[in-house]
Design a protein around this ligand. Sequence first.
Ligand code: ACO
Length: 402
Amino acid sequence: AIDIAKLRDQTGYITIDSGYKNTGATKSAITFLDGEEGILRYRGYPIEQLAEESSFMEVAYLLIYGKLPTQAELDSFSNQITKHTLVHEDVRKIFDGFPSAAHPMAILSSLICALTAFYPESVSPDLSKDEIDLNVIRLMAKLPTIAAWTYKNNMGHPLNYPRNDLDYASNFLYMMFSFPTEKYEVNPVVVRAINKLLILHADHEQNCSTSTVRLVGSANASLYGSVSAGINALWGPLHGGANQEVVEMLEAIQRDGGDTSKFIAKAKDKNDPFRLMGFGHRVYKNFDPRAKIIKKAADEVLTALGINDPLLKIAQELEQAALTDPYFIERKLYPNVDFYSGIIYKAIGIPTEMFTVMFALGRLPGWIAQWKEMRENKEPIGRPRQVYTGELNRDYTPIEQR
Ligand code: ACO
């Protein structure tokens, strides 16, 4: 048995808060979030205004540098990013080592970490402001190229080099969907939708992947290494992996005959591990403000592209049931941002295994801003404590005596 009094003498008092439900890890001036009121603001600007009026480049600048850019600042930021979109040719060779069926998130996290090998100076704890800015620009520029190539690699298609005459979202779509044999026309409706989705995903304060970026970065790890760790955290199905799971769940319901009530009953059954993917949120307990904007965007995109997706009907039935069923009402389980984003991605032809990569593309400026803030504030290395519950003191016995 554990001698609690003795343990306390050894460790002092430790606060246990599994899942950090009420423990702040840092002070931050980047994103304000009120889960009860459904408020989300980047640097004080409401998400609704940014999604409607801003561009992803402008929002990235806002998050990373703390203010809305002037036209000259925005032009310089975008031009620098455009200049760095190519990746080292040796990065291309690394693709050959992955199985063609590798999940794009596995390749993305590996290759973003690999950038540390191509820019070894990035691991220095004493980078100047200009050196940090260069790493920021490189990462913003190269992640879309690597992300699009993970898909092309997966499909066995030739890789497309970036086009510097296109804006950030259009260039990404071009690298994803263009073929040397066919001219690819970037659809402005799709570009607007992607731009909005990227803005909505750009930051969300101390979520699992962002906290990971800060924790890894607190050991003075490089920006690339820290963001790579964040990408792995995002891949988890309880975090960014949920948007892929939403569409897979809708497809499973469709294959099963489309009876949504059966799946709602499964979600409510405590002996069944099934959960309605895309419902519930750790922080938003009334509604997810991003889900409201995205729902509207999903309607616009599907109408503009003339898509009549039967999965959407299933999604609407689930949404309706969740808004009226006491189980979901009592537990404050509303559709979250992932519920609708998957439907838009599907409508614009992004395959399901790329959904979480799209999330990473959007979250990138947030991760960068949080890493930079952690560095600038000279935060100490993150090192949580624990309450030990194991055996206290045992004598080693040789293997033949056990
Ligand atoms: N379907 C059915 N029941 C659910 C769901 C769901 N999607 N989510 C939560 N519940 C139930 C739980 O079973 C629990 O019920 P109980 O009180 O009877 O035991 C209660 O609601 C509270 O759930 P917790 O898991 O304690 O809530 P938590 O805040 O820890 O989890 C989470 C939040 C992980 C998002 C959860 O709601 C979930 O698993 N949702 C599905 C996955 C998903 O959509 N993730 C994306 C999140 S958004 C993002 O990362 C961008």
